[in-house]
Unconditional design. Structure first.
Length: 660
């Protein structure tokens, strides 16, 4: 049924992308959501969301008010309703008689497994909630979670939600520095961590980073709750640190979930902005759960009785919040949770997992798909992937070639592919095909979901006509929208609502094709997207400059075949360091040292792919670094227009250095 275009011209060129894949007839016939959803939502957007909120969630107090945007740009959804997120994700499925259904198939990297039913999950989350309460956590508090991707990460998040405390999950790959800053900003009283986790066959310690973060001082941390994962030697501070095994495991499995206001904070998650300080994106309960639950049903077409769902994201990112912990569990899904990397012990580990558990829905990132392409189709070819019936992509634009490969090699040319656009700030999927409705175009997120309003605007704030590009905006409030930046309402207003007054500016470029479908074109600000994770150029520059040999640094994101973008840094060394390097021939050492320094300050994900030591940086007369020119160099192009440079010879020197 799918018609394939035989052309071989560059598929990156949108004007030539004519392939389209309508939903298979049997898929469409059984789809959870049909085309009428768009009409329903268009007729009355607020009532559409109110219906979803009531159908998909259990409220301890029903709401009478749907949307209140009088405090714009801070919205209130279902404001006078009350509910508990953990009750919705766990208890009610047990009460409905599904206690024996598997909630989580856990696969540890070394090959150990755990099967956790909804009844087990209810007991574990209740125990953890009692243990957190014993450690002093109260409704309204914040708890930092710094864990590998093990079931306790999900359990800890839900335990916080159960007592009405907000969690702040910090990705386990982030450094002690990053953790310290996040603990302080959120004023977390308790940190949940582990002795370590498995990565590429090694036990990587985590707890020492927590000790280091707290030792830096200034944190309000009273207790550290430590999961035993690897069994490695772990220093414990008396009176402050407790083992999960000694507290959670022995706590009562009876715990009454605390009903909170719909607008009670559910979590804070830090993300990069254009300035150095990470933004604590704040999400609340009722609206977030409504839209994450709706999108799992609508976009992934989840059938909880029969599907085995797997989202490969770590809980340290928003995808792990919305599409590991909350969205699937609120729907009563059975899901796979895998701790490790895709190449351990071998490069076919993911495909082996799909076959082993009979995964039916797979949600991953373009960077992973491109890596799998690079490793070759022989590896997935070794396994029976015929259980897969839906494939999703998120995190960055997916090139049409990768989309086609994903569909053909992983999806057996049968499973629909949904390219889902959203952000930490949006909380849930916003623009995506509906798999039973939309004829999918390789590389396009296509259409705002029912109940979502988006547009592409020109510089002047006017919608662009079909066939043209501009800035992506969201024109109406949506249930899972962020409620602000933790502790910084002004920055919330300035970052998202000032570029186009009254509209949410996402920071992404986009284009409408001739059919009005949306194609995402990447960030328009100084934020890079490395393997689907946002990193700010400023943060990495600050990390570089914090090293004693660096005088100045400029960082750009350069196109990278695997990771989408890669970090490329240009540094000016301090005079003393230059002399030393000249004398002792230490140039290469300096670069290696700086790369490691960035990994230590921020995390290995931020490590520059290359660092070029330069004598000068290209600047305008007002002193602004012209990153555009550096990007040209980093991507191997001749530098563009240099007429606004204060010193036009600078680019020649840099380009010579790059090729030399
Ligand atoms: O630039 C867009 C890109 O990722 C950014 C959001 O990053 P983050 O908050 O870390 O959340 C990632 C997971 C939702 C966006 O501003 N992005 C995300 N999904 C897509 C995308 N770009 C193109 N297509 C997508 N499907």
């Amino acid at each position: 049924m799918s018609q394939e275009h035989a052309g071989t011209e560059s598929l990156e060129n949108l004007l030539h992308e004519t392939r389209s894949f309508p939903p298979p007839a049997d898929f469409a016939a059984r789809a959870n959501v049909t085309a009428s959803a768009y009409e329903d939502a268009a007729r009355d957007r607020e009532q559409f969301w109110a219906r979803q909120a009531r159908e998909l969630l259990s409220w301890s107090t029903d709401f009478t008010e749907v949307l209140d945007f009088s405090g714009a740009p801070v919205a209130r959804w279902f404001g006078d309703g009350r509910l508990n997120a953990a009750y919705n994700a766990v208890d009610r499925h047990v009460e409905a008689g599904h206690g024996e259904r598997v909630a989580i198939h856990f696969e540890g990297e070394p090959g150990d497994t755990r099967t956790i039913t909804y009844a087990d999950l209810k007991d574990e989350v209740s125990r953890a909630a009692n243990a957190l309460t014993d450690l002093g956590v109260r409704t309204g508090d914040r708890v930092a979670i710094y864990l590998p991707l093990v079931p306790e990460a999900v359990i800890a998040m839900l335990a916080c939600a159960r007592v009405g405390a907000a969690h702040s999950v910090v990705f386990g790959g982030f450094s002690a520095e990053a953790l310290h800053a996040r603990i302080i900003d959120a004023e977390a009283r308790v940190v949940v961590t582990a002795d370590g986790g498995y990565r590429r066959g090694k036990a990587m310690a985590l707890k020492p980073a927590v000790d280091e973060a707290i030792a830096k001082g200034g944190t309000p941390v009273e207790h550290v709750l430590v999961v035993r994962r690897t069994g490695q030697d772990t220093a414990m501070t008396d009176g402050r640190d407790v083992w999960w095994d000694d507290t959670v495991a022995t706590a009562s499995a009876e715990h009454e979930p605390v009903a909170v206001d719909a607008e009670n904070p559910l979590f804070i998650l830090y993300t990069s902005g254009t300035t150095g300080k990470p933004k604590g994106i704040m999400h609340t309960t009722g609206g977030f759960l409504t839209q994450t639950a709706y999108t799992v049903r609508a976009v992934f077409d989840l059938k909880p009785e029969t599907d085995v769902y797997w989202c490969t994201a770590d809980v340290g990112w928003v995808t792990g919040h919305s599409y590991v912990t909350y969205g699937p569990l609120v729907n009563g899904a059975t899901q796979v949770l895998y701790e490790g990397t895709p190449d351990t012990p071998d490069k076919d580990r993911w495909w082996q997992i799909v076959a082993k558990y009979g995964v039916t829905i797979l949600y991953t990132a373009p960077t992973a798909i491109r890596t799998a392409m690079k490793w070759g189709e022989e590896l997935p070819g070794r396994h029976d992937l015929s259980s897969l019936r839906l494939l999703g992509s998120v995190g960055e634009p997916i090139n049409p070639e990768a989309w086609m490969w994903y569909r053909r090699v992983i999806g057996g040319d049968r499973a629909p592919v949904v390219d889902t656009w959203w952000q930490t700030e949006t909380g849930a999927i916003m623009i995506s095909p509906l798999p039973g409705v939309t004829a999918a175009k390789p590389g396009s997120a296509q259409t705002p979901l029912p109940g979502i309003s988006a547009d592409v605007l020109d510089e002047a704030g006017q919608p662009v006509p079909d066939g043209h590009g501009g800035y992506l905006v969201l024109t109406e409030p949506w249930p899972a929208m962020l409620r602000g930046i933790w502790g910084d309402p002004q920055r919330y207003q300035d970052t998202y609502w000032s570029r186009f007054p009254g509209k949410y500016f996402a920071g992404d470029g986009a284009k409408k094709d001739e059919d009005g479908d949306v194609w995402l074109l990447g960030r328009v600000d100084d934020v890079m997207n490395i393997s689907g994770h946002r990193l700010s150029t400023t943060e990495i520059e600050s990390a570089l400059v914090s090293h004693p040999v660096v005088a100045e640094a400029a960082v750009v994101g350069a196109k990278d075949d695997t990771t989408g973008q890669a970090v490329v840094a240009f540094v000016i060394l301090r005079a003393e360091a230059v002399e030393r390097a000249d004398e002792e021939g230490e140039g290469a050492d300096v670069v290696a040292e700086l790369r490691n320094h960035v990994a230590k300050e921020i995390g290995p994900i931020a490590k520059p792919r290359s660092i070029l030591v330069v004598a000068e940086l290209p600047k305008t007369r007002s002193g602004k670094i012209m990153r555009r020119l550096l990007r040209d160099v980093a991507e191997g192009r001749p530098a563009g227009d240099v007429t606004t440079l204060a010193d036009s010879s600078v680019m020649e020197q840099i380009s010579t250095g790059m090729s030399g």
